[in-house]
Write a protein of this length. Structure first.
Length: 165
């Protein structure tokens, strides 16, 4: 999308990349925690040094960072097909998405911000337009502006507030 990302969107993208890469944080933690192996083993005469203590503390810090990276907030966001900002999205085919009716973009307020190879085509939009499937007034305005050759829909009349003649 050509829209410049806001600060929150940039943070979201960085956190998503960090969540994908955070598993690699465990490798240095394992390496840094290696001095614990002889200490925890039975019958060990291992003498712990300051270097070993620093290594163990660093391992704890790395593991703490691993656990503090929260990925709950980054799971169900998509880029809105209308405004380009990241927004929460509920898949209408899963769970109780239809009961919530809050599947609008949190920035621009448009319905169903998820890009779709079926519904974003001319045929899909014509079906939505004729049927009146969405309550999004902007959809009907944009469709009529882009396709003036299509006869006006009665469903669009309802959402656009036009009186029947």
């Amino acid at each position: 999308m050509a829209k410049k990302l806001s600060g929150d969107d940039v943070i979201y993208e960085k956190m998503t990349k960090l969540n994908k890469a955070k598993i690699w944080l465990l490798l240095p933690a394992i390496y840094l925690a290696y001095p614990l192996v002889p200490i925890l083993s039975k019958n060990s005469n291992y003498i712990i040094s300051i270097y070993d203590i620093i290594q163990i503390i660093m391992a704890i810090v790395v593991i703490w960072v691993f656990l503090k990276i929260d990925n709950e907030d980054t799971r169900y966001k998509i880029r809105c097909k209308y405004c380009g900002s990241y927004t929460y999205y509920i898949n209408p085919n899963e769970d109780f998405a239809l009961m919530h009716s809050n599947n609008n973009c949190s920035i621009c307020g448009r319905m169903y911000p998820m890009p779709s190879k079926d519904w974003d085509t001319f045929q899909g939009q014509l079906y939505i337009y004729d049927r009146g499937s969405v309550t999004d007034k902007e959809f009907y305005e944009e469709f009529e502006k882009e396709h003036p050759e299509i006869p006006k829909s009665k469903a669009a009349d309802h959402y656009l507030g036009r009186k029947e003649v």
